[in-house]
Design a protein around this ligand. Structure first.
Ligand SMILES: C[S@@+](CC[C@H](N)C(=O)[O-])C[C@H]1O[C@@H](n2cnc3c(N)ncnc32)[C@H](O)[C@@H]1O
Length: 218
């Protein structure tokens, strides 16, 4: 079934990188997220809802040629652009999986667990985001790092920018009231929370405890 969000990204894939405000706004969160994820040479990292692969160069640079980067996305159009990025650079240790993040394929579940999982501007977009979280959590090794970079409306003296932020969220299909980083409130240690761009971008990262938290309802 092609859901609303997946249909949206089928349509916007071609223009996504041009109109996504990447450099003035969102790049800072992406870079901070990869830094917070504590990737090392040789790490295995999963980028959930990787889109056109804008995080892949940062992740690949951090894990080097001896690491593994896997990107998952439900949109073939977005993944086609990510694949072009990979092909241009000739990376052999970066691969893509076409899948709904809420129903990850068994090939991922049966493989070696990941050292790090990234949700970059993703959980506020994915329809069944709680299930996507549980799926990814199941692929993260105990002691591995979960990193969420996502959006809310600007706060404090930046509040006047809220209409612009709301518009950007609307364009990207993102729900700025979801605050999905709160999922790190239980079952994680060493949680860091960086707030950028006047409260519009949140970068939250934590280490998965050995005991998994109970899935939250709703
Ligand atoms: C705002 S874009 C972010 C893309 C990328 N993470 C980035 O930082 O540039 C959201 C992405 O989520 C993907 N997406 C939406 N619903 C999804 C789902 N259920 N499973 C996997 N990917 C999904 C879209 O195809 C799109 O590529």
């Amino acid at each position: 079934m092609v859901t609303g969000q997946r249909r949206r990204y089928r349509l916007v894939a071609r223009l996504h990188d041009l109109v996504s405000l990447e450099w003035p706004v969102y790049r800072a969160g992406r870079a901070a997220g990869v830094a917070a994820a504590g990737l090392r040479p040789g790490s295995r990292v999963l980028d959930v809802a990787c889109g056109t692969g804008m995080t892949l160069p940062l992740a690949r640079a951090a894990v080097g040629s001896g690491g593994v980067v896997v990107g998952v996305d439900a949109s073939p159009q977005m993944l086609a652009r990510a694949q072009r990025r990979i092909d241009r650079r000739g990376w052999r240790n970066v691969s893509l999986v076409l899948a709904d993040a809420a129903h990850l394929p068994s090939e991922l579940r049966s493989g070696t667990p990941f050292d790090a999982v990234l949700f970059m501007y993703a959980l506020s977009v994915i329809d069944d985001w709680r299930r996507a979280w549980q799926e990814a959590l199941g692929l993260l090794r105990p002691g591995g790092r979960m990193t969420v970079v996502d959006l809310s409306l600007p706060a404090g003296r930046w509040r006047p920018l809220s209409p612009a932020a709301r518009l950007a969220c609307l364009a990207g299909g993102s729900n700025p009231h979801r605050h999905p980083w709160r999922l790190l409130d239980s079952g994680f240690t060493d949680v860091t929370h960086e707030v950028l761009r006047g409260g519009h971008v949140h970068v939250v990262s934590g280490i998965r405890s050995a005991r998994l938290p109970e899935p939250a309802g709703g």
